[in-house]
Design a protein around this ligand. Structure first.
Ligand code: HEC
Ligand code: HEC
Ligand code: HEC
Ligand code: HEC
Ligand code: HEC
Length: 496
């Protein structure tokens, strides 16, 4: 264990003589860092010397490491839903599919030949420690370019070793060699994994990269990085500052946080912010007659669902599992909201025999239906309904767009022991004129009349002869004596 850390420190020391005093200081730090038991242990746990665990990169790239921790990339090989599905896929296909899943969820595990044995790896325990780290810093930064079968299905060329590839052409590091890589600055890099095609029949199961490529965002030159590796929900400019301890100031620094939409296992607040920045709603209610609507009237809610912030379809990725839906309801000043209509946005797969009821992706052979919102585009939904009974007063029609990473039913089936959050992405409303009905108005009039008469009777009984008397002082005194109902009357005529 100690041997290894000495070796790394020695390697690093060789570089120092070339790079001057400032770097020498850094090296001292590196040597200390690499000699600490934690790092030595981390290195010792690797099955291979080729890939470093993220913590090691984090000793110098501390901010980037903090951003990376907790991302879905860092959990890709241990994500509980993923592990449940791999086990199921292996079970249902006799172990045929599991090895395919590893290619993107733990590319290092795949390259080390750690294929999941059927039934044996459902908890991920068959993986080495470095493979459990998922899509890591070192994996991404030792990708050398696309492979021949690019894009999709883990089509990258990997060249693990001391050369870390990135966006700078003048980068000097004491910890490793560096090389400029244009591939890393473009969506094409992400396209190696963010298009998933069925390994046997080629059906597009996930097409995030292709969706982006064919969108206006690609025409504008906005890359995945510009939205998923920058602060905020939509496209924004990257940050600036040093990217490593003692590193130089940089004008362009991308974040390693890759926030998406997973509020279950990912960073909840960031995912929620991203989802809220993705969509907008416009609502027009048609068919409300002049003078207002009454129960049973035929009314139409026209809802435009706009994809304003996502660089691909909404939703994207695992679109048979993700849940996004539009809910339109009527709400009165009292009583429960009444649902008027619901539209779901997702993909439904069919298997080889045409069955489209809950077909797992590994049996998908064609797309049965696909209703999702295109990038920079919108879908117009028409919801026709009869104005519901009992919705009156301050009445309104409300449209809401909601998202769940997956259904509660699936979470329960996978025994995840969690409550899947429902995220409100967008909301809009329109107030509707609902006059009180004529019968209602008549009843209200009668009630008011009875109340007024009742009050007068009580007043006259308690103050016999009150009407006959006159004089301000007396009336004011009477009002004081007879309590609230009378006080109202008294004040009408009271002192000006
Ligand atoms: C001993 C400290 C140290 C360690 C450990 C370290 N780095 Fe670096 N790294 C640096 C410094 C310093 C730079 C230069 C920063 C600059 O140029 O602004 C750098 C630059 C980089 C770059 C930019 C390369 C380019 O040309 O664009 C990448 C990518 C990178 N490191 C990845 C990693 C990865 C991955 C790990 C873990 C396997 C790692 N680093 C571990 C110090 C370190
Ligand atoms: C999914 C792949 C991926 C992972 C995981 C990843 N990076 Fe990066 N990293 C990139 C890409 C792509 C860029 C270039 C972004 C650009 O310039 O467009 C980048 C940029 C960098 C840079 C250059 C400075 C900057 O921030 O723009 C450094 C240094 C770096 N990464 C280090 C790390 C470290 C350390 C980790 C882990 C803690 C890490 N990366 C995790 C893909 C990744
Ligand atoms: C080695 C394959 C691979 C590469 C390369 C890769 N990803 Fe991923 N990415 C994954 C996998 C696998 C997941 C899903 C992990 C999970 O949910 O268990 C994922 C998830 C994501 C998510 C979803 C997070 C969420 O919260 O829903 C985003 C966003 C993302 N990646 C962006 C990127 C971007 C941007 C790039 C390019 C800079 C990139 N990825 C490169 C494999 C990859
Ligand atoms: C213009 C900004 C923008 C660009 C460009 C962009 N995305 Fe996204 N992405 C978003 C937003 C906003 C969301 C959240 C809404 C959603 O789920 O679609 C998201 C969500 C995601 C998710 C999670 C989807 C889910 O529901 O699980 C993945 C994965 C992802 N993006 C990957 C990518 C990749 C890969 C690229 C490049 C090919 C890319 N994105 C380009 C804005 C963008
Ligand atoms: C070509 C790369 C690739 C392969 C191969 C792959 N995946 Fe994924 N997987 C992804 C990406 C990218 C995402 C993120 C998409 C999103 O967020 O919607 C993902 C997300 C997931 C998720 C969602 C996890 C969550 O927390 O919501 C599950 C489950 C999953 N994959 C299971 C599998 C299974 C099972 C296999 C094998 C049959 C497999 N994947 C093969 C790239 C891949």
């Amino acid at each position: 264990m100690i041997e290894k850390s000495k070796e790394s420190a020695a390697k690093v020391t060789g570089v120092a003589t070339r790079a001057g005093l400032r770097v020498a200081a850094l090296l001292a730090l590196t040597a200390i860092v690499l000699a600490t038991p934690g790092v030595a242990r981390a290195q010792d746990q690797r099955l291979s010397d080729e890939w470093q665990p993220p913590q090691v990169c984090g000793y110098c790239h501390d901010t980037l490491y903090e951003q990376f921790r907790g991302t879905m990339h860092s959990q890709a090989a241990v994500d509980p839903l993923y592990l449940y599905e791999v086990a199921l896929a292996d079970e249902q296909t006799g172990g045929l599919v599991g090895p395919f899943c590893l290619k993107c969820h733990t590319p290092i595990g795949d390259m080390l030949g750690e294929t999941s044995p059927p039934g044996g790896a459902s908890d991920g325990s068959a993986l080495s420690d470095i493979a459990k780290e998922g899509v890591t810093c070192d994996f991404c930064h030792t990708v050398a370019g696309p492979s021949d079968d690019w894009p999709g299905n883990s089509s990258f060329e990997s060249d693990p070793g001391l050369t870390k590839r990135g966006p700078y052409s003048d980068s000097v590091s004491p910890g490793h060699d560096t090389a400029f890589s244009e591939f890393h600055t473009s969506s094409d890099f992400c396209g190696s994994c963010h298009d998933v095609n069925h390994p046997l029949n080629g059906l597009a199961l996930e097409a995030t990269y292709t969706e982006w490529k064919e969108s206006g965002w690609a025409d504008l030159g906005v890359q995945c990085q510009d939205c998923h590796m920058t602060p905020g929900a939509g496209p924004s400019t990257p940050g600036s500052g040093p990217v490593a301890i003692f590193g130089p100031e940089r004008d362009v620094v991308y974040d390693m946080d890759f926030t998406g939409a997973n509020a279950v296992f990912g960073k909840r607040d960031a995912a929620e912010e991203r989802l809220k920045g993705a969509a907008a709603l416009e609502l027009t209610v048609e068919g409300v007659p002049e003078g207002g609507v009454k129960a049973g009237d035929a009314v139409k809610a026209l809802v435009r669902v706009k994809n304003v912030g996502a660089g691909h379809y909404l939703p994207t990725g695992l679109t048979d599992t993700r849940r996004m839906w539009l809910e339109v309801k009527a709400i009165g000043s009292s009583g429960d909201p009444v649902e008027l209509g619901k539209v779901e946005y997702h993909t439904v797969f069919a298997d080889e025999s045409g069955n489209h009821d809950h077909v797992p992706v590994w049996f998908a052979a064609s797309i049965y239906s696909d209703h999702r919102v295109p990038p920079m585009g919108a879908l117009d939904e028409v919801i026709e309904f009869a104005w519901p009974e009992g919705v009156s007063g301050e009445a309104k029609v409300v449209a809401e767009l909601k998202y769940m990473s997956f259904t509660q039913e699936l979470a329960d089936k996978a025994k995840l022991d969690i409550e899947v959050p429902v995220i409100l992405m967008a909301q809009t409303e329109q107030f509707i004129d609902v006059p009180a009905s004529q019968l209602g108005a008549a009843i209200a009039l009668v009630v008011a009349f009875v109340v007024v008469v009742g009050i007068m009777v009580v007043f006259l009984r308690r103050k016999p002869g009150a009407l006959a008397r006159s004089g301000r002082a007396q009336q004011t005194g009477a009002a004081k004596a007879t309590g609230p109902e009378a006080a109202g009357e008294g004040s009408d005529e009271g002192p000006a």
